[in-house]
Design a protein around this ligand. Structure first.
Ligand SMILES: Cc1ncc(COP(=O)(O)O)c(C=O)c1O
Length: 488
């Protein structure tokens, strides 16, 4: 039998795994952003249930022919819409090894003895880099962080902590009046995970959106909201690199303002992207003040070239994780069973091994250099856009996001420009050569028209292989596409 690994089929298994690895590497290196567009008519064939057996190697080969050409290559230098390049050799090694070793971090003593401690090490490294204190670790409640499967999970857990911190009996009693569990977020630039997680944890849709200026809180509006809702706010969320523009909040000012009005409010920093700056001596200063926050979400799978999925939620006061501890006789009640402090997660694979490998192989300094390079490339693009009167720049470029619109000769007609940039986006998507992202964005500084909703294009990359030449070629391509679609 070739399906289940044992001593009799080791050579066959190796052949199969080699084919899988070759497929993956060739995909990352040679496939353009996308080779083929998925046609919905293919769906019926895909949905057919396989009733008879097939050799794994045959399945890999079938996958290569039938499925792979439709995959998007985040590692291609022309994929310029998101930073999740996933091409760290150390990170990929960790991913492969973690899948082969099948450790389950729900418990420590019998199912993940060493894995638990390498995970604790990874959390400790992140705490150190970000500037949180590290204390001697005697049990899981001294660690001050958990590994989750993504920023959404980390943010949801932070909101759960905020809820319990606001009203300690909520875990057992439930939420009585959701309107007493409000959360403040910046208007128009928040990531959906905060609002959604509040709905998932029974706090309802009670976010207060406060006006921004240059994609940071307008501090006097924030103060008004805090005073008006005093006693009913459980958390204020800031972005250390918001999903659209990568703007970094005025971290110390927001912290001082919020804590001066209500010291019990849980301050959460969504630094899924921005924590990466902490690796660089040169850039670290940009996120000064982050260490004051009660919790911090980080997303190594987005910004450290590590394959999906891994996120870490760091908690300043390690003891606070007791607020959301679950006990059950199905999770070992032992000092280091991580399952006691990982809400929403049961069995948990050794995802932190990817980060362990990436950090061991690049070191903090190597990662710092990688982050500096990506910020330099984004700055280069910013400069090219400023020089070119066919484009307008919409953000300050703090990290690696460059938000811009093609304006041709027209600057004032928002509807026309939104339409044109949407046409460029759709053309690129269909063509499969480049990927730039798009979204809606409030024009809070009036660069095109004050408070209008814009639909710009967005470059954002974490791919260490992108060069200035790639940036020049991309801009030339956009101008060509714009001319083509302008009169359609
Ligand atoms: C600022 C921010 N927070 C949270 C998330 C959610 O992260 P994930 O997709 O890893 O769940 C994202 C995703 O883009 C993000 O940009």
């Amino acid at each position: 039998m070739k399906q289940i690994l044992n001593e009799t089929n080791v050579d066959y298994a190796k052949e199969c795994f080699k084919e899988a690895i070759d497929l993956g590497i060739n995909f990352k290196i040679h496939q353009k952003v996308k080779k083929r567009n998925f046609d919905k008519n293919m769906l019926n064939k895909l949905l057919e249930i396989p009733t008879t057996s097939s050799e794994p190697l045959k399945v890999v080969k079938e996958f290569k022919k039938e499925i792979l050409p439709y995959c998007t290559n985040f590692s291609d230098v022309k994929f310029m819409g998101f930073p999740d390049a996933g091409n760290s050799i150390g990170g990929i090694s960790g991913a492969l090894i973690s899948d082969l070793l099948q450790q389950n971090l729900i418990n420590s003593s019998f199912c993940a003895p060493i894995a638990t401690f390498t995970e604790i090490a990874v959390v400790k490294w992140l705490r150190e880099i970000i500037g949180y204190k590290v204390k001697p670790i005697k049990n899981i409640w001294d660690v001050g962080g958990i590994i989750t499967y993504g920023g959404t999970g980390s943010n949801a857990t932070a909101m759960l902590l905020a809820r319990e911190n606001h009203n300690k009996k909520t875990m057992t009693n439930g939420v009585n009046n959701p309107k007493d569990y409000k959360v403040i977020i910046p208007k128009g630039i928040g990531h959906y995970s905060i609002k959604s997680s509040l709905m998932w944890i029974g706090c309802g849709d009670n976010v207060i959106e406060v006006e921004t200026e240059g994609f940071k809180y307008n501090l006097s509006k924030l103060k008004e909201a805090l005073i008006e809702n005093k006693g009913k706010i459980m958390s204020v969320v800031v972005y250390v690199g918001d999903s659209r523009t990568m703007t970094i909040e005025n971290l110390t000012d927001v912290y001082n303002l919020v804590k001066s009005i209500d010291s019990n409010i849980w301050l959460h920093a969504d630094a899924c992207h921005g924590f990466s700056l902490a690796f660089s001596k040169k850039l670290k200063n940009k996120i000064k003040g982050i260490e004051l926050y009660d919790s911090i979400s980080t997303d190594p799978h987005k910004v450290l070239a590590i394959p999906y999925c891994i996120s870490a939620l760091l908690v300043k006061n390690t003891e606070k994780l007791k607020l959301i501890t679950s006990t059950s006789d199905l999770i070992m009640q032992e000092d280091f069973a991580y399952g006691q402090i990982t809400p929403f997660i049961g069995s948990k694979s050794w995802v932190s091994l990817k980060l362990w490998f990436a950090m061991k192989s690049l070191g903090v300094e190597g990662i710092g250099k990688m982050i500096e390079k990506r910020c330099d490339i984004a700055t280069y693009l910013k400069e090219q856009i400023i020089k070119n009167d066919k484009f307008v720049l919409l953000n300050e470029v703090n990290i690696n996001s460059v938000v811009f619109m093609y304006i041709g000769n027209n600057i004032n007609d928002v509807e026309y420009l939104n339409n044109l940039n949407l046409k460029i986006y759709n053309y690129l998507l269909d063509e499969g050569k480049y990927y730039l992202h798009k979204f809606s964005l409030p024009d809070d500084k009036g660069i095109i028209k004050k408070d209008a909703t814009l639909i710009p294009l967005r470059y954002m990359s974490g791919n260490n292989n992108i060069t200035e030449k790639d940036i020049d070629e991309m801009l030339r391509h956009i101008v060509k596409v714009a001319r083509k679609v302008e009169n359609e």
